[in-house]
Design a protein around this ligand. Structure first.
Ligand code: CAA
Length: 382
């Protein structure tokens, strides 16, 4: 086992850290206040290769490994968790799914612009009545020979308003249950495809979350991903990788909040000494540092196993379950260490606390991660 990062991985980590400090930090509070999407910054992330990090360069990607991806997301999320989710969804749910399962024509037409950051993508699985229970899809795609007719509503879609291409999951044959579900590539602007109003959210307010409405949208058959009936298995496979992205986002929120709390504790004085000299504060920081290291190790292990081509459903779920709890706990404690200052926006940690919550909800709630992990434990113990 080798815990050393390669030179290339360290370079990417440094590049993402520099980008976050120079491009994302200025304006992060304003974007959060105004729910403003970081258009300019996301464009630059594309130019740096951060939006298609693991995609083969022949499809416009940067051809890096999953550890480099975890390192980069952590650095971005330390400063701006909203930019990190834009990056995670485009890399893990959209580009990785297309690279692994789309055909050559689909890759050339859709993956190339998505991986190079020319455009961004969205992944539309959740519905008003199908969040955790993802097999209960109400969106329908009726087979009409050379095309499908798509009808339904998707909810809480990250990059919903800013995406150009959408992967949409829909039921084509309800009798076959999850084996009758398909995944389609849908383009913004197609007749009958409307984007609902932007959601007013607790956290990750710089990201762009919308419902999507489909009314008799004509989707050419060549835009179906994989064989007929593959859509649910596609979504599950893609989400296994996505959970590493969200785990890394959570890790970044935790380490960002910890670094601010440590710095504050070393400078703020109370009772005639820096507050880090009070055991009540020092022990909080010790707990934070320990749990962050454990979360980081889980993220690295999940990423390493993904690169080895192993089944990552269990380890990816573990990484997300644990890292999202660490993000929540650490950001709450960072606010506590900052005292009254922590409760005001200028000090960043209250935003991190609000941003942390979603990591326990999207790409499978913590309860869903426990279903995935427990089913895997049972299966492997037989
Ligand atoms: N990996 C691979 N395949 C999986 C899988 C996994 N983690 N989980 C389930 N499957 C497969 C099963 O093997 C089965 O396939 P076969 O029939 O071919 O064998 C099929 O999926 C159905 O599985 P189950 O019978 O276990 O289905 P279920 O209904 O009991 O439960 C679930 C499945 C795990 C609970 C699933 O519904 C789930 O993951 N729900 C959460 C959905 C989710 O994560 N939504 C996030 C939305 S996307 C998002 O948030 C993006 C964003 O904007 C940030």
């Amino acid at each position: 086992m080798n815990f050393n990062l390669s030179e290339e991985q360290l370079m990417i980590q440094q590049a993402a850290r520099d980008f976050a400090q120079t491009e994302l930090l200025p304006g992060v509070i304003e974007r959060d206040n105004a729910q403003k999407f970081p258009h300019e910054q996301v464009k630059k992330m594309g130019e740096l290769g951060l939006l298609g990090m693991m995609v083969d360069p022949k499809y416009g990607g940067a051809g890096m490994d999953s550890i480099a991806y975890v390192l980069a997301i952590e650095e971005i999320a330390k400063v701006d968790a909203s930019a990190a989710v834009v990056m995670s969804v485009n890399n893990s749910l959209v580009c990785a799914g297309l690279e692994k399962f789309a055909n050559e024509e689909q890759k050339m037409k859709y993956l190339k612009p998505l991986a190079s950051g020319e455009v961004i993508g969205a992944f539309a699985l959740s519905e008003p009545e199908a969040g955790s229970d993802a097999t209960s899809q109400q969106t329908t795609a009726v087979d009409k020979g050379d095309h499908y007719i798509l009808n339904g509503t998707k909810n809480w879609i990250t990059n919903g308003g800013t995406a150009t291409y959408y992967i949409v999951i829909a039921q084509t044959d309800p009798e076959k249950k999850h084996k009758g579900i398909n995944a389609f590539i849908v383009e913004k602007g197609w007749k009958g495809f409307e984007i609902g109003p932007k959601e007013d959210k607790l956290g990750i307010r710089g990201s762009d979350t919308h419902s999507l409405l489909f009314t008799d949208v004509v989707v050419p058959k060549e835009n179906r991903i994989g064989e007929d009936g593959f859509g649910f298995n596609f979504a599950m496979a893609v989400l296994n990788g996505g959970r590493i992205g969200i785990a890394s986002q959570a890790l970044g929120i935790a380490s960002g909040a910890y670094e601010l709390a440590l710095k504050y504790a070393q400078t703020r004085k109370a009772f005639k000494t820096e507050i880090i000299n009070h055991q009540a504060i020092a022990f909080k920081l010790a707990d934070m540092a320990t749990s962050i290291m454990a979360a980081r190790m889980l993220c690295y292990k999940a990423a390493a196993e993904k690169d080895e081509g192993k089944d990552i459903s269990e380890i990816g779920a573990m990484a997300k379950l644990y890292s999202s709890q660490v993000a929540m706990d650490t950001s709450i404690e960072a606010v506590q260490i900052h005292g009254g200052y922590g409760y005001v926006k200028e000090y960043h940690v209250e935003r991190m606390m609000r941003d942390a919550k979603i990591t326990q909800i999207y790409e499978g709630t913590s309860e869903i991660q426990k279903i995935v992990i427990s089913r895997s434990i049972v299966k492997n113990s037989k």
